[in-house]
Design a protein around this ligand. Structure first.
Ligand code: KG4
Ligand code: ZN
Length: 358
């Protein structure tokens, strides 16, 4: 039976609701919060939680209206129940529980990372298994996706996520937040070779990554330009952005090559690679990965940009797979700030401004 599910997402700074039927997105509504956090240089958890609580009802109403449905037409509700900023996750979980209690609709709590990881199945019906690079503001990991609840984490960042590094680089260079698109834009006019920037862990075995040193290198390079010229010109800014983006791209591509080797040793017959997460919107990174996949004779699935960044369609779709497998949660469903997809993998270090890194 094809299920029609309402998805709710509020784990970071986007308030989102969507209705998905099978693999068809009937509606997907995302209210961003960029303006609310603009003065603070990053996401403020309390402001985010309050905005989610205020906006969730509207997002859900709009999603139902755009889908041309009412709650009575749904088969269930899927809500992000972690990982993420706890106040935001709680807002979504409480809202979903309220609707479930009032309507009797079945409820499932979805791992936000499962939502990203299953997106290639929603957009391209990609069969299991496949290798996934999940790369966003809070996350960076290589996952072998074997089923909606079976993931093997084979590597990831040991410190910052690339999106966080893009955001910090933008801040260091006086560009707007979220930094990724602004850095990418400035990089178009820049010379990636002018500054010599590190490629951390590039020559280490395995597919773990590190991005915090790169951000420090950008800070030093900026300071030396400022010391020399008394300020940063547009060309300096462009060259620093281009150098930074080239370094991140080189690391992601080389580590993807290694992750692919590890994956193919386990699944030799299935050459499929997919990306998701906000940084997957970056053109230079997408192009580099596309070339790598062509070289490795591997299928490459890159979902459309609006389904790479946070959205609720991916949560609704993950909920559909879970409900089809018989999974249900009840009103004891709790919000989890940390929730690694691969429970067997060693925990990652630290927690970023957007929540847990693993
Ligand atoms: O997946 P996402 O919407 O939220 C989570 O972090 O879960 O990703 C947001 C991140 C931000 O750090 C943003 O700067 C980055 O994705 N990003 C980009 C681009 N667009 C968004 N990074 C590089 N290039 C882009 N074009
Ligand atoms: Zn995300």
């Amino acid at each position: 039976m094809t299920l029609t599910i309402l998805g709710i997402e509020s784990s970071c700074d986007d308030t989102a609701a969507a209705v998905v039927r099978g693999t068809e997105i009937l509606s997907s509504v995302v209210y961003g919060q960029t303006d609310l956090h603009a003065d603070f240089g990053g996401v403020v958890p309390e402001i985010a939680a309050r905005a989610h609580a205020e906006k969730l009802d509207h997002a859900i109403e709009e999603a139902l209206q755009k889908a041309g449905l009412t709650l009575a037409n749904l088969d269930g509700i899927a809500v992000t129940s972690g990982p993420g900023l706890i106040g935001g996750v709680l807002s979504g979980v409480m809202c979903a529980k309220g609707i479930s209690a009032a309507t009797g609709l079945p409820l499932v709590g979805v791992n936000h990372l499962a939502g990203h990881s299953l997106t290639p199945r929603l957009t391209d019906q990609l069969p299991y298994p496949y290798l996934m690079l999940l790369v966003s503001g809070g996350h960076c990991q290589f996952l072998i996706v074997e089923g909606h609840d079976t993931y093997q984490r084979i590597g990831g960042t040991i410190d910052d996520a690339p999106g966080e590094a893009f955001d910090k680089t933008a801040r260091i260079l006086g560009l707007q937040q979220p930094g990724g698109p602004h850095v990418e834009n400035a990089a178009r006019n820049g010379d990636p070779k002018r500054f010599s920037l590190p490629r951390p862990l590039l020559n280490q075995p395995g597919c773990d990554m590190s991005f915090s040193g790169l951000k420090t290198a950008i800070l030093r390079a900026r300071d030396s330009v400022v010391a020399e010229k008394g300020g940063l010109e547009l060309q300096d800014q462009a060259d620093l952005c281009a150098g930074f983006q080239a370094a991140v791209t080189d690391v992601l591509i080389e580590k993807t090559r290694r992750a692919m080797q590890i994956y193919l040793e386990m699944n030799p017959a299935k050459r499929s690679f997919a990306i998701a997460g906000g940084v997957a919107a970056n053109g230079a990174i997408r192009d580099g990965l596309l070339r790598l996949c062509a070289e490795l004779d591997t299928d490459f699935v890159a979902p459309p940009l609006q389904l790479c960044t946070d959205n609720a369609a991916m949560i609704a779709y993950a909920g559909i797979e879970m409900m089809q497998a018989g999974h249900r949660d009840d009103l004891t469903l709790s919000a989890r700030p940390r929730w690694p997809l691969d429970q067997r993998a060693a925990p990652m270090l630290g927690s970023g401004k957007k929540g847990a890194k693993a």
